[in-house]
Design a protein around this ligand. Sequence first.
Ligand SMILES: [Zn+2]
Length: 170
Amino acid sequence: MDLIPSFSVDHSCLLPGVYISRTDVLNGSKITTYDIRMKKPNIEPCVDVAAMHTLEHIIATYLRNNAQWKDSIIYWGPMGCLTGFYLIIKDQQPCETIGKLMIDAFEFAANFKDKVPGTDAVNCGNYLMHNIHYARYEAAKFVEILKTSPCYEYPKAERLDTEKGKFFDS
Ligand SMILES: [Zn+2]
C-alpha cells in the first residue's frame, strides 16, 4: 500500500501551528484539511486523552455555532497521536486566517465554565472520559503559541525521500 500523505510529513521537526494537510476536490468543490498541531511530536508530552476529548466537544460546539464559519465547517476531530486536531472546511483559507479562528476557538475553551456540551451517555461514546481542567490548561497554552510563535508551513524536509518512497513512522 502507498504511504498516505500525512504520514510522509517529517514529524521529527514539526512545530506547533496550523498547516494545510491536504486539499481535495469533491464534485468540483475544493475542501481543505488543516493540521492544527498543538505539540511537538515525540518531543513534548502529548495532550491528555481525556482533555483532548473535552477539547473536541467544546471546540466542535464553538465552530458549529460560529455565525461566520459554521456553514464552512465539515469536520473537527482529534488526531490519534494526541498532538493536535484535524479541521476540514469547504474551500480554502490561508493558514493565518484559520490560525485566528483557532485563537478564538481555543480561547473559548480556555475560558469555558459551563458543563461540557454533549457529555451524557446518550450523546457521547465515552462520556466519563473528560477532563475540563486539563482541557482549559492545554487550550490556554496553545492560544499563547498561536499568538506568539505559530508555524504555518510544514518544514522544508516535509516529504522524505526514502527508498521506494516509503517510511513507516507516522
Ligand atoms: Zn465524546
